[in-house]
Write a new protein. Structure first.
Length: 461
């Protein structure tokens, strides 16, 4: 796509959604400056729906404040975690000392050296990125995005505000459309109320009216990638066919894209210099990100897998009636991950891992008549193999994404397909095992030639 040709020769203008504007505050500092520079290059072609302008006015103060605070406190979270880990590790030596392990002072000294090296690596990271300080100063006093929005205001590049009658008619139309899951905006119906739940539709109606009355082709830029704006065709996102059909009634053309695609196109055509972090932000795919965090994701669900693996077994097994209290994870391998949903800034992925587990189960044989303790069979050793699926939610914050390997909100096992591939009975007594004629449980046949003793019946046979 030649964006320069579309704008200068083909009668296109750029219309930005609210989320594109607010995301400028949410990106990494370098990326925010880069995004602003890109928008400045094409500012004379940018038009904003009146609803977008109003929504921006409502939220920009809070987002600007969050961004300044995030930059100022960028290092504090990790620094605190390092200090807590250091104290915890060194305190663990106290327990070893109470158990009279030798050379504890030497161990403390070695651990302190290693932990200090971790702290120094962190300090070096921020010293090498002194540009963060410059970026903080760039945003400290002035909201440069608001300056750009005011320029767009002054150049009369705001679409005509809808009247009260327009709002009433469009909301009435929206109620009918949402019942039929007609795009756009029906995905917001459950999470918003009143006129707010129709905001996407109102913006869309503003764009349709503008394209038709002004005779303009539209480059629509939105970071809302839900299914009421986009549809999946052969594994790729395409602007929704129903929206394309509706827009065609204006007699004009529409091209839809996300802000990152817009910035990439502008930077190439208008020679906007990209810093290293911006290059990463533009080129790092979901696949790269998921590979980066795969080990940390598995660490988060490892405990649950050890104790709940039986929930994810597909077929019948030979697991005894007492079950398996704890599995040992023998091996695991990251297979794949894919994005399955996006809700504003929260991205949801599904990770798949291949795992091999071992565990020991027991059959219930009764209770000892004297001690009342439960009597179980010798252990049955099991091997389970297969896949587990893990749901991962992450906040779409580029500043965190590319500086912190552990940037995801939650990770939980949502399913699995495990099969028992091997099992074997343990023989915990040197005698051979026969079976009790009364209850069918194994007999311990002594080497002295007796018939055997049934542990469950507590009788000789």
């Amino acid at each position: 796509m030649d964006i320069d040709k579309l704008l200068k020769n083909d009668n296109y203008v750029i219309i930005l959604d609210t989320n594109v504007l607010l995301n400028v505050y949410r990106y990494s500092p370098d990326f925010s400056e880069f995004a602003l520079e890109c928008l400045r290059k094409v500012s004379s072609y940018i038009y904003l729906p009146a609803t977008v302008r109003m929504e921006y006015e409502k939220h920009f103060h809070a987002e600007f404040s969050k961004m300044k605070r995030r930059i100022a406190e960028a290092s504090k979270g990790t620094e605190t975690q390092i200090e807590l880990a250091k104290n915890k590790i060194l305190r663990s030596c106290d327990g070893l000392e109470r158990l009279h392990f030798p050379d504890i002072d030497e161990l403390r000294e070695v651990l302190s050296e290693k932990l200090n090296a971790v702290q120094q690596a962190f300090n070096d990271f921020f010293e090498d990125r002194s540009s963060l300080d410059l970026t903080q100063n760039f945003w400290e006093e002035t909201d440069h995005l608001m300056e750009l929005i005011q320029e767009i205001d002054n150049d009369n590049q705001i679409l005509s505000a809808p009247s009260q009658k327009d709002i009433f008619d469009w909301c009435d139309k929206g109620e009918k459309r949402y019942k039929e899951n007609t795009s756009p905006g029906f995905k917001d119906a459950k999470n918003k109320d009143g006129v707010r739940k129709y905001s996407d539709l109102i913006i869309w109606m503003e764009i349709l009216r503008f394209a038709k009355t002004k005779g303009k082709n539209i480059i629509l830029v939105t970071d809302d990638v839900k299914a009421d704006w986009w549809e999946n065709v052969d594994g790729k996102k395409h602007f929704h066919s129903k929206l394309l059909k509706e827009f065609s009634e204006t007699g004009q053309n529409v091209v839809a894209m996300t802000s990152q695609t817009l910035y990439a196109e502008i930077s190439q055509v208008y020679n906007v210099i990209q810093t290293d972090s911006v290059e990463i932000a533009l080129q790092m795919t979901d696949d790269d990100y998921c590979k980066k965090i795969a080990d940390n994701v598995f660490d988060k669900v490892e405990f649950d897998l050890m104790y709940d693996a039986t929930y994810y077994i597909n077929d019948e097994t030979n697991i005894g009636s007492e079950g398996i209290d704890e599995f040992e994870i023998i091996d695991h391998e990251f297979i794949k991950a894919e994005r399955v949903d996006r809700n504003d800034d929260i991205i949801t992925y599904e990770f798949t891992y291949s795992v091999t587990l071992e565990g020991t189960s027991y059959e219930y044989w009764g209770r000892d008549e004297d001690t009342k303790e439960i009597i179980t069979s010798p252990g049955i050793d099991h091997v389970l193999e297969g896949d587990i699926m893990v749901r991962v939610d992450r906040e779409a914050d580029i500043f965190l994404d590319f500086e912190d390997d552990d940037n995801f909100e939650t990770a939980e096992i949502i399913g699995g397909a495990l099969e028992e591939t091997r099992y074997s009975d343990r023989v915990e007594d040197p005698g051979e095992l026969g079976y009790c004629p009364d209850c069918g449980n194994p007999l311990n046949i002594e080497n002295d030639g007796g018939n055997g003793f049934c542990i469950a019946c507590a009788l000789d046979h």
